[in-house]
Design a protein. Structure first.
Length: 136
């Protein structure tokens, strides 16, 4: 097993400014479910969006790619279970590209000015001990 981690911090104002300029930012970076969830947070909407954006960036860093042509924020979804714990869902394209992922854990936090996220990904390894990542 191999473990990779990623972390990110976002200024909430940056997300708030992007949202106020155009709905395109939301559509390009967040799933409809994420948008609905964050809008339900009313005054904390932009903090919730920023925390999710930080989580997406943290996951992309743990994947070893960062955001790139084939790993975009919209491909990574943050959902919450019934107790509020965040979980990561990858779209089908990313699942196919990273079939060796066993688990993704994520932690989010935010305050008035900043949102942070930390992601830990557990990958399978081959019998010889080498990992079977495919970044190409």
């Amino acid at each position: 097993m191999r473990i990779a981690c990623g972390a990110d911090i976002v200024e909430n104002k940056r997300i708030s400014d992007a949202v106020s300029r155009s709905d395109r930012f939301l559509e390009k970076n967040f799933t409809p479910g994420e948008i609905k969830y964050c809008r339900s947070k009313k005054t904390l909407m932009n903090q919730s969006l920023a925390a999710r954006f930080a989580a997406k960036e943290a996951v992309s860093k743990a994947l070893g790619t960062g955001f790139c042509a084939t790993v975009q924020p919209i491909h990574i979804e943050v959902i919450n279970d019934e107790k509020g714990k965040p979980h990561i869902l990858l779209n089908e394209q990313l699942k196919a590209r990273f079939p060796d992922i066993m688990d993704i854990s994520v932690s989010l936090s935010h305050c008035k000015e900043y949102s942070v996220a930390y992601a830990v990904i557990t990958f399978k390894e081959e019998q010889d001990g080498s990992h079977i990542l495919s970044y190409g």
